[in-house]
Design a protein around this ligand. Sequence first.
Ligand SMILES: [Zn+2]
Length: 449
Amino acid sequence: MTATTLRAARVLLDGTLRPADLVLCDGRIARIGDPGDTPEGEIIDVPDDAMVLPGVVDTHVHVNEPGRTTWEGFASATRAAARGGVTTIIDMPLNAIPPTVSVAALDTKRAAAEGQRAVNTGFWGGAVPDNLGTLEGLWEAGVFGFKCFLSPSGVDEFPALDAAEFTRAMAEIARFDGLMIVHAEDAAVLDAAPARPSRAYADFLVSRPDDAEITAIRRVIQQVRRTGTRAHLLHLSSARALDEIAAARDEGLPLTVETCPHYLVFTAEDIPDGAPEFKCCPPIRDAGNREALWEALGSGLIDMIVSDHSPSTAEEKQRGDGDYQRAWGGISGLQVGFAAVADAAQARGYGIEHVSRWMSTATADLIGLSAKGRIVPGADADLLVYDPATRWRVTAGELAHKNPISAYDGRELTGSVTTAFVGGRSVDQPLPALDTGRELRRAVAAEAR
Ligand SMILES: [Zn+2]
């Protein structure tokens, strides 16, 4: 295959921005040289102000196809990803029908994604009461790990695990050294919290207390300690759970943590009443909580940031006419996430190298994709080009997502993704081609037994 050379004044290499020529060949970064040294093939000049960074690896995306394709789908999700600098997505096992809880369902989802991948796409499996005892088959078929809920998921076809089932699932996953990823809100705590129909965001917040997260996280930690199973806490919202997490880390337990752009950008105080585009579970909390999450990212206690992109149709969002209890819970954030986090990070003194570590390197490492999330010789040529100076306003209707609903609608951001490369191929803008991405499977050979 012919090579191309990407020439830029600011390439993120080893945590530092410096001038470089990246020679891209056969989908990989074949060589990294000083500008002008030894270019090969066509030379693509990146504007001097722009940064070349590893593409974002977003390990938490709900694509919803097949079954709820009116909510999103592979074509619109991966196009939105490509435009937002996300070159790899890992699809969550629920909200599509069937949920990814068997090898047959995994095959169905892989077939659905065929011909509709602007970016690389892999899959998580699910652990539900009915498929316990069969998880190793899914693992061998190439899922990156297993998602479970400790409280109702929001869709009937993906039930939560009760305490006994969670214990069993963790022991089962330990046997093949797999990875459990957990939606950590405790069902009993949620049941006990008042949840009255209301358009007031404050009422919604009361119905999803910090304690639900803290209690569930304690249970996860207990089971990690008992079984040694690697566990990952999904979408941490409550900073009050950080002490528990820090203690577990000090113990040396194999526990990782993610949070999401919306918890780092928005605050409960600013969310209007009757605005379900801001509804997600666990919820966006107050400003003090938001800053504590940033501090935990800075200290390394929170490892990574993922979108938890979970869109729906306007009907689902407007169900109950602004009643937070009845509206679909999920925020559409795949395309805007990187730019929103980079902007908010900059305002707090974090350089782009931090953002890149949280959104590309750490997430790639979580799922063992060691050739992604970094710019080194031999790595996959998945890159994004970021212009840190452009000021723009997010307009939901101009995003590539299927439904023009976004918590970020109207928000002004400084810095935008101008383009991306997937496997060395430049993504067409504004309508990315659908054959740039590859299907990703967990690398069985790379598995540490
Ligand atoms: Zn999710």
